[in-house]
Design a protein around this ligand. Structure first.
Ligand code: ME8
Length: 563
């Protein structure tokens, strides 16, 4: 029996089509899912759309469409984006589906029956000037005497002199009251703290987890889970005059896809989720509300939540009205999907805020894939064929060719000192043979992938390739080829290049699956794609290969000019 791995993206609102920020979350989940699969896990990967929202209703009204045809259209558009980017999801969920309504009503009833949901009164803030509801983050503090305004922080409490006002109208918003139901979050304070203590790596990265812990230490308030005024959404089973508001509806999508997949099959063996990918704006809901709601409904808790940072474009918030929402389909059609994935996944650590820089994206791709990787592959192919054509040597190379240096020579071992992810004391203890070289690389690659540090896995792989480039440049096999007495050494070098590229390509497959499949073809490695898809990464890493290259490879990574 293979172990399971269940990864989710956030479900996206459908008031617009996905932009680069959404694509970032989906690409992270996609490469992790692909890696887990080739590494032997039975993978479930769910994604799609959050439909029961006021935002979608407003948008449908704005363009004069009925809500359901509008949602059908948008769901299709979202699916097209993920299909175009070849996101390898296994499950699609729309929150308007009957299976989701059924599950949400069941869990609501459970929590109502055990006393975790109770009736209360919800207070809204409403600015008459803006004709809209306001949250704390939409307001500022104002000193009534000086009329000075400043941001709202936890450190200052409102008083008779300091009031919350709308920043545009400098007026206190009105307070409106409505009957609502609340979730008794306060009851779960200790249980949450115990859970965090037992799972110190629950939230990745650690600094986001620290923020969550500090927040829980300050206070946990019960929160409203329904609205009387909203008409679109899932009705509460115990009071049909109300619909669920946001969190029950949105978060339980992750359980619905296990309770009933899109083919109607139960797959609860995948629950709890191994990984939820979300951005920092919704981390509190995933890290605090979600575990408490699950405990209340009697489900196990997810293992990890990966929190991404905030993307801006040209230093501005991504917004349709600013016309800066980069369309991931258009962008990757113009450049390539590999350029998009490489830039997004290798440029910054997960959790870091980042300004999307098109120029930097092109430079990164040209340096790492078009130069570094393509150069090596091309050298491997062209030089091995040249050996046969110009020197009449059999162009097959294998481990047998390591006869001169059965143990790697100094130029190969010393490059490891340049790879700064390894600590020097462990390097000193290593026997510098070929196998130890690759196991060290693979071990570190796996370590980073298992802690969801995609950037470090990619950095390590490209540094490993850089070092190979250095080795080839030092060895100059093209010069050695002219000297007949050096031909055996040439064969050893060629085997080193081919095997090194093979090892790195296996690890890069989850990031660039189509291109790495072409690399395997170029190295004449048969069935590699299907064998990887049949979970054989570990077997392939260990396999002893005879490289028998017969054809020149097409250009796989074309360079792009800066505009
Ligand atoms: O929040 N930078 O949906 P959503 C980085 N439906 N990531 C971004 C981004 C940006 N500028 N903009 C969007 C919702 N994202 C809810 C989620 S989940 C149970 C419910 C990514 O369409 C980020 O991962 O506003 C965010 O969580 C996600 O898109 C959804 O955004």
């Amino acid at each position: 029996m293979r172990d399971k791995f269940f990864v989710t993206t956030p479900i996206y609102y459908t008031n617009g089509i996905p932009h680069i920020g959404h694509a970032y979350s989906s690409l992270i989940a996609d490469s992790i899912a692909r890696y887990q699969k080739i590494n032997g896990k039975k993978v479930k990967f769910s994604t799609w759309v959050d439909e029961n929202s006021q935002k979608a209703l407003d948008k449908a009204n704005e363009i004069g469409m009925e809500i359901m045809p509008y949602l059908d259209m948008m769901a299709k558009e979202h699916k097209n984006v993920w299909d175009w980017l070849k996101i390898n999801y296994t499950d699609f969920i729309r929150t308007t589906e009957a299976r989701h309504h059924k599950l949400v009503r069941e869990v609501l009833q459970k929590s109502f029956d055990n006393g975790d949901i109770y009736e209360g009164e919800y207070e809204w803030m409403y600015c008459v000037g803006c004709e809209s509801f306001k949250k704390d983050e939409d307001l500022v503090y104002m000193n009534i005497t000086t009329k000075e305004t400043f941001p709202i922080t936890d450190k200052i409490k409102p008083s008779s002199n300091i009031i919350k006002v709308c920043p545009d109208h400098l007026k206190e918003p009105q307070t409106l009251k409505e009957k609502n139901y609340f979730f008794r979050l306060s009851k779960y304070e200790q249980a949450l703290k115990d859970f965090y203590k037992k799972n110190p790596e629950f939230i990745v990265p650690q600094d986001r987890f620290n923020e969550v812990l500090a927040f829980v230490d300050r206070w946990l308030e019960d929160f409203s889970i329904s609205r009387e005024t909203n008409k679109f959404g899932i009705k509460l089973p115990f009071d049909e005059s109300q619909v669920t508001y946001v969190w029950y509806d949105a978060l339980f999508n992750y359980v619905t896809v296990c309770d009933q997949n899109d083919l109607g099959k139960q797959e609860m063996e995948f629950w709890p989720a191994d990984l939820h990918v979300v951005w920092k704006d919704i981390i509190r809901f995933h890290a605090i509300y979600w575990p408490a709601m699950l405990m209340s409904a009697g489900y196990e808790l997810p293992k990890n939540v990966l929190t991404t940072g905030y993307f801006t474009v040209d230093g501005q918030k991504i917004s349709k009205s600013l016309w800066n929402a980069i369309d991931p389909v258009e962008f990757s059609a113009k450049y390539s999907k590999d350029l998009l994935s490489l830039y997004l996944l290798s440029s910054f650590n997960i959790g870091q805020d980042w300004d999307f820089d098109q120029k930097q994206a092109i430079l990164t791709y040209n340096a790492k894939l078009a130069n570094n990787f393509w150069n090596l592959l091309n050298r491997a192919v062209v030089l091995t064929m040249k050996m046969e054509l110009e020197n009449g040597l059999d162009s097959k190379v294998s481990e047998e060719n390591l006869w001169i240096f059965k143990w790697l020579d100094f130029s190969v071992s010393s490059i490891w000192y340049k790879i700064d992810n390894l600590n020097n004391s462990s390097i000193d203890k290593i026997d510098w043979n070929f196998n130890s070289l690759f196991s060290l690389y693979n071990e570190n690659f796996d370590k980073h992938m298992s802690s969801y540090n995609l950037k470090l896995s990619l950095d390590l792989s490209f540094k490993f390739l850089d070092s190979l480039n250095l080795y080839v440049t030092q060895k100059e096999p093209w010069t050695l080829m002219k000297d007949e007495s050096k031909l055996e050494e040439v064969k050893e070098i060629m085997y080193t290049i081919c095997e090194w590229v093979r090892q790195v390509s296996l690890n890069l497959y989850p990031f660039f699956p189509e291109k790495m499949s072409e690399v395997f073809n170029a190295l004449n490695l048969k069935d590699y794609k299907s064998r990887l898809e049949a979970w054989e990464l570990k077997i392939l890493r260990e396999e002893k290969v005879v490289f028998d290259i017969k054809e020149k490879a097409p250009i796989l990574f074309e360079k792009f000019e800066l505009e």
